[in-house]
Design a protein around this ligand. Structure first.
Ligand code: GDP
Length: 296
């Protein structure tokens, strides 16, 4: 992720490094380049505008400490503004509710929800040391339930059976009752996705969300969809009280625009990155580390 952005920003900011002093002209020129680099990385336009404005305002008239060159000052500002854009600090899962803590996963078909359900379950079991089960409420896609069961088996995660003849709400309610009875602390609920945002899907996931009152309502998006990912995040954010976002397939996304736009557009933190098809390919999202990765 961020290969091109990193390369372009590196080049632009390197040109500034040699400058003896920062003038409005050389800042403007650098900002034009940074703008191009962000747009090429498929960062949403309002996000780019806001970002450039912040950096420009801070860079112009900046007192340059003797220990730094003017170029280093701009690089520092760009770094800090990237971190701010992505939400400052990492936001871990918030599961401190009376058990069972329910995690509802929403998103479009193919975003990676089912894979992510199993990855998250592993993280919760192995890193957070909490008991966890998964359940599928996707009664529309014929193989969806079997797929979750197969993934869970491969990863050694326990699942609750469900059947495509049942109603999603009934599956979810039964699952909550079962894990409560069993004393299982966490339940991950995988929901149906469609190819595009549609009213029926939204109504169903809204009904699930208000019935279950999840500890976490997470939106799973495919980072390779770039600006379309951000648009679908906006639609889900308007329909649901999302608590965070999981960005998948970052291993295949050279641009990184969604990672830089989602927080700004939705106001919700990215909590994890999916970085591969394997069930251990889930990373906590650290804005600081990602900014450092971008600036090399
Ligand atoms: P769902 O329809 O939202 O449940 O999506 P799936 O979990 O079935 O995933 C769709 C495809 O994306 C599958 O082939 C997954 O292996 C793949 N996938 C999911 N997450 C990742 C990821 O982080 N990286 C890569 N490379 N592939 C992923």
């Amino acid at each position: 992720m961020f290969d091109n952005l990193s390369e372009r920003l590196g080049r632009t900011l390197k040109n500034l490094r040699g400058q003896g002093r920062l003038s409005e002209d050389n800042i403007s020129e650098a900002m034009r380049e940074v703008r191009m680099a962000l747009l090429e990385a498929d960062v949403a336009l309002p996000v780019v505008k806001d970002f450039i404005e912040h950096v420009r305002e801070r860079a112009i008239g900046q007192e340059v400490a003797t220990s730094l060159t003017p170029g280093q000052v701009v690089i520092k500002i760009v770094h800090e503004e990237l971190v701010r854009l992505m939400g400052e600090s990492a936001t871990p899962l918030s599961l401190n509710v009376a058990p069972p803590a329910v995690i509802l996963l929403a998103g479009l078909q193919g975003a990676g929800k089912t894979t992510t359900a199993v990855k998250l379950a592993r993280h919760i079991r192995d890193d957070l040391k909490r008991s966890v089960k998964v359940v599928s409420c996707d009664v529309y896609r014929p193989a969806a339930i079997d797929q979750l069961h197969a993934y869970a088996d491969q990863a050694g995660i326990e699942y609750l059976p469900s059947d495509s003849s049942q109603k999603p709400l009934d599956i979810a309610r039964d699952a909550v009752a079962t894990v409560r009875r069993q004393g299982v602390e966490t339940l991950i609920v995988d929901t149906a996705g469609r190819l595009h945002v549609d009213e029926d899907m939204m109504a169903e996931v809204q009904a699930l969300n208000s019935d279950l009152s999840p500890a976490e309502t997470l939106f799973v998006i495919d980072s390779m969809m770039g600006q379309d990912a951000v648009k679908s995040a906006e639609a889900f954010n308007n329909a649901l009280p999302l608590s965070g976002v999981i960005l998948t397939k970052v291993d295949g996304d050279a641009r990184g625009g969604a990672a830089l736009s989602v927080r700004h557009v939705t106001g919700k933190p990215i909590k994890f990155l999916g970085s591969g098809e394997k069930f251990d390919a889930l990373e906590a999202f650290h804005p600081e580390r990602v900014a450092s990765r971008i600036l090399g």
